[in-house]
Design a protein around this ligand. Structure first.
Ligand SMILES: Cc1cc2nc3c(=O)[nH]c(=O)nc-3n(C[C@H](O)[C@H](O)[C@H](O)COP(=O)(O)OP(=O)(O)OC[C@H]3O[C@@H](n4cnc5c(N)ncnc54)[C@H](O)[C@@H]3O)c2cc1C
Length: 448
């Protein structure tokens, strides 16, 4: 009998919301790993044995205790919008669905505290009512949760001004539950946040997240089109470096990527032109218009940003939505995820565009990294086979562009994102001594 089906184990969960319908188990055990043909082959069919939907932190503690006592694997599910199968249970067991742990605890001057299952879009709207907003969010904000973002995400819309999620000061505190027969509740602050941040839930279960907030601004969405890729790339960098312009989004897409985009006003994406998608504080929109003109581009869209379900916001064409928009039209494409050399990113971007042409459609997200304007890239690739994909990666490496491998669910394969590997391994030994949390994702644990 699988441990999760053991009546004695089930008895420990009496009164909690449980789901064990096979269709639900299969559907809810998936994220967006299917972007990758490699992960699709590896992960299709993997599923939890039981879903538990806790409503309180006490219920989370009960589930963690039961799993630890019976040796049952436990994987946490936020909005299931991860790209690499981070929340796909590799060894069955319990999937802890955080959807109902969704209370906003408080919002005050520049800080907000949320239960882990609060959706980021909802958190942002609540903050805005009090004159604040999230510093950054992933383009999946409508589905993704606060807990899933800090455990699986990295950056996003807002990173051009506020940097990365892992930058000190972005996340102020995490409350976590350990996976032990008598689970502990621990408040992580300062450098200790790294014990759980971007750890894919392998070290503990995050139940509360305290985030730094930004003052709310009225935003304008803009698209600028350029005939020449190099001109577009230099413009995007110059825009990101313009300290007087308050930005939220600075995304570059090479033609023919815009050909895949549906739902924008007529004339926004002119045939054959490379585009930069921008969100700028309303007071700076005129300055951006001047900068576009000065660099030989044309503003093809300018509209007030409103969060309205009937309108696709510009950010849903950017970050990893760019790949999704392409996949909606052409199921044969896949993607890469790369990091650019600081100070030489624009040159590397232009050189890679010239090296691969339309086979690797350039897409760069400009953002602050280590205090400077840089970009990372989610290039959309016309996929032929795995051998060619790695050949492209090697070609990129000759230009100083490094892979943050999106075709792997292993935590340590994400390169520069894994800053706290030693800290996380040590914390896992203490907080999850049986290795039940999201087993198979932390390779250092498996090796140890
Ligand atoms: C179209 C698209 C666009 C995207 N754009 C961005 C982007 O702009 N920036 C970005 O960083 N990412 C992006 N992503 C990836 C992903 O959407 C985000 O990282 C998102 O924040 C994940 O949140 P989630 O609630 O969906 O987490 P999930 O996918 O449910 O979980 C992510 C990981 O965290 C773990 N986890 C979730 N909740 C908890 C918890 N409470 N405690 C412990 N572990 C937990 C899961 O087990 C899993 O390992 C994108 C993905 C897609 C498909």
């Amino acid at each position: 009998m699988i441990p999760a089906a053991d009546p004695a184990f089930r008895a420990q969960l009496d009164g909690l919301e449980l789901i064990d319908h096979p269709v639900q188990l299969r559907l809810r055990s998936r994220d967006f790993y299917w972007y990758s043909p490699i992960l699709k082959a590896e992960l299709d069919g993997k599923a939890a044995d039981l879903i538990v939907v806790p409503r309180t932190v006490d219920e989370v503690v009960r589930v963690a205790a039961a799993c630890a006592r019976f040796g049952v694997p436990l994987v946490v599910r936020g909005g299931a919008t991860g790209n690499y199968g981070q929340m796909v249970p590799l060894q069955g067991g319990v999937l802890l669905d955080m959807a109902r742990l969704d209370r906003t605890l408080w919002i005050e001057r520049g800080r907000g505290r949320f239960e882990a299952g609060v959706r980021l879009g909802d958190a942002d709207v609540l903050c805005q009512k009090q004159g604040w907003e999230l510093r950054m969010f992933p383009s999946t904000r409508r589905q993704a949760t606060v807990g899933g973002y800090v455990c699986g995400g990295a950056a996003g819309v807002g990173s051009i001004r506020y940097g990365q999620l892992r930058d000190a000061g972005s996340v102020l505190a995490l409350k976590v539950v350990t996976c032990e027969p008598a689970p502990r509740l621990i408040e992580l602050r300062g450098a200790d946040i790294g014990k759980a941040l971007h750890a894919y839930g392998t070290t503990s279960i995050v139940v509360e997240v305290e985030l730094a907030l930004a003052p709310a601004y009225p935003w304008v969405e803009m698209v600028a089109a350029f005939d020449d890729f190099a001109a577009a790339a230099h413009f995007a960098q110059a825009l990101g470096e313009s300290d007087g312009i308050f930005l939220k989004l600075d995304s570059l897409m090479a033609w023919p990527l815009p050909r895949y985009f549906r739902g924008l006003e007529e004339g926004t994406l002119p045939e054959g032109r490379h585009v930069v998608m921008i969100m700028v504080a309303a007071g700076n929109a005129a300055t951006v218009r001047d900068l576009v003109r000065g660099r030989g581009g044309t503003v093809t869209l300018e509209r007030r940003y409103v969060e309205d379900r009937a309108i696709t916001p510009l950010y849903e064409y950017t970050w990893n939505h760019t790949t999704l928009q392409a996949l909606k039209v052409d199921k044969t494409v896949t993607y890469l995820q790369t990091i650019f050399p600081l100070g030489a990113n624009v040159e590397a971007l232009i050189a890679s565009h010239e090296m691969f042409g339309d086979e690797v459609m350039a897409h760069a997200e400009f953002q602050r990294r280590q205090g400077r304007t840089n970009c990372s890239s989610l290039q959309v690739v016309r996929y032929s086979d795995e051998a060619r994909l790695w050949e492209i990666v090697r070609g990129m490496e000759t230009l100083g562009i490094r892979l943050s491998n999106p075709h792997s669910y292993i935590l340590e394969d994400k390169g520069a994102r894994v800053l706290s590997a030693d800290l996380q391994l040590a914390f896992k030994r203490e907080a999850d001594p049986q290795g039940l949390l999201n087993p198979g994702k932390m390779s250092r644990w498996t090796a140890a």
